[in-house]
Design a protein around this ligand. Structure first.
Ligand SMILES: [Zn+2]
Length: 266
């Protein structure tokens, strides 16, 4: 979740205590409600021209999802550039933002979410920048989080973030928008989560069965919520299927997983 993660550095003082959790929830709901107003006031037609996708932005590739850059969501400059380690992370940590389960799937909303998270992390938590390396909106829109994350992934390096207390040096974090304590995970978010994990496992040569974990596996927190956490075995299998070339072209839509869990996203 957003606030309860680690602070900067491996021994940052931030803790996942109840007080912190409560504040994060309140901040999340208020923040997302504010964003809803902004997003709903702009029509879909305006977005395409406002945020063109093309050079110099990354395009769709067979082996990587479309990831919107910090420039595209208009990130602030970090207080300090991310530390780059000349080695890959060994785990992928799945989070939920613990913010509202909005129905807004738009690009405008997603970009607003990224700006709001950066504000929470820099102004609220006092961190150098957005904590996590990647963010996925409920509409399945994937965005760069911490500065230099995309460049680091491409170079098979690690841009150190702030998302898991004591484990930031060796983990890459994905924030999934929403609160999944009881709500189901939107299909578009799920499909993008699969795509992102396939991409990261390929880039870093990771074994999904071992590499993909939830925040609660490291820290005392409910993140990423019981519902999303319960689906991590399915996520590992879907990613493994895709890496083995047997999972179809659209993540969990392909193959065995759908027939085992027919009701999840129905
Ligand atoms: Zn978390």
């Amino acid at each position: 979740m957003l606030h309860a993660h680690s602070g900067e550095g491996a021994d940052g003082g931030q803790r996942c205590g109840p007080q912190f959790t409560r504040r994060a929830l309140i901040g999340g709901v208020v923040g997302a409600a504010g964003l809803l107003t902004v997003g709903s006031s702009i029509r879909d037609g305006a977005m395409a021209s406002e945020y063109p996708v093309g050079p110099p932005y990354p395009a769709f590739r067979a082996d990587a999802p479309q990831v919107y850059t910090r420039a595209q969501w208009n990130a602030r400059s970090p207080k300090r550039a991310a530390r780059i380690l000349d080695r890959p992370p060994d785990h992928i940590v799945v989070h939920h933002t613990a913010s509202a389960n909005t129905r807004d799937r738009s690009l405008v909303h997603a970009f607003g979410l990224s700006r709001q998270i950066q504000k929470w992390h820099m102004d609220g938590n006092g961190w150098n920048d957005t904590g996590q390396q990647l963010t996925i909106s409920r509409g399945g829109i994937v965005m760069e989080g911490r500065n230099q994350s995309l460049a680091a992934i491409r170079a098979k390096n690690h841009a150190v973030g702030a998302h898991v207390l004591h484990h930031n040096q060796h983990t890459i974090g994905i924030e999934s928008e929403g609160t999944y304590t009881s709500a189901r995970v939107p299909r578009r978010l799920w499909d993008s989560l699969v795509e992102v994990c396939v991409w990261l496992c390929r880039a870093y040569n990771l074994e999904p069965a071992e590499a993909i974990v939830g925040h609660r596996d490291y820290n005392s927190t409910t993140c990423p919520g019981d519902v999303l956490y319960a689906r991590l075995p399915e996520l590992r299998r879907s990613v493994a299927d895709r890496l083995n070339g047997s999972g179809g072209a659209s993540g969990s839509a392909g193959g065995l997983v759908t027939s085992i869990f027919p009701s999840f996203d129905g």
